[in-house]
Design a protein around this ligand. Structure first.
Ligand SMILES: [Mg+2]
Length: 124
């Protein structure tokens, strides 16, 4: 059965973002994909709507990177429970991301099956 998830996808690379979006839209658990281009942009989205179920988050981005955004979300009473999956090409960031409260970690380029598995695990 579909879970009708609304997923916020955050990446500064427009090609990655479009790829991620099309991957997510093919996932039967996902109802809507909201795009943001950096952490600050994503925080603005989260302040404006309160129906986001999950975040897929790039690390290296201008204005505000993923690890900084992760800390802000985890420090916010209203947002701190939101599941966040960090996406990166740099595996050395994994420990730091998990310590800062990420719920999952995927290496780029991400595969649709891996994204689907993580979503299914976190959206129980
Ligand atoms: Mg990036």
């Amino acid at each position: 059965m579909s879970k009708n998830l609304k997923v916020l996808a955050v990446d500064d690379d427009l090609i990655n973002l479009k790829l991620l979006k099309s991957m997510l839209m093919k996932n039967e658990d996902v109802a809507e994909v909201i795009e943001a281009r950096n952490g600050a942009d994503a925080i603005t989205v989260l302040k404006g709507r309160h129906d986001i179920d999950m975040i897929l988050l790039d690390i290296i981005m201008p204005v505000m990177g993923g690890l900084e955004m992760l800390q802000i979300v985890r420090a916010d009473e209203n947002l701190k429970q939101l599941p966040i999956i960090v996406l990166t090409t740099d595996e050395t960031k994994k420990t730091e991301a998990l310590e800062l409260g990420a719920n999952g970690f995927l290496m780029k380029p991400v595969r649709a099956a891996d994204v689907a598995n993580k979503i299914a695990t976190l959206a129980l």
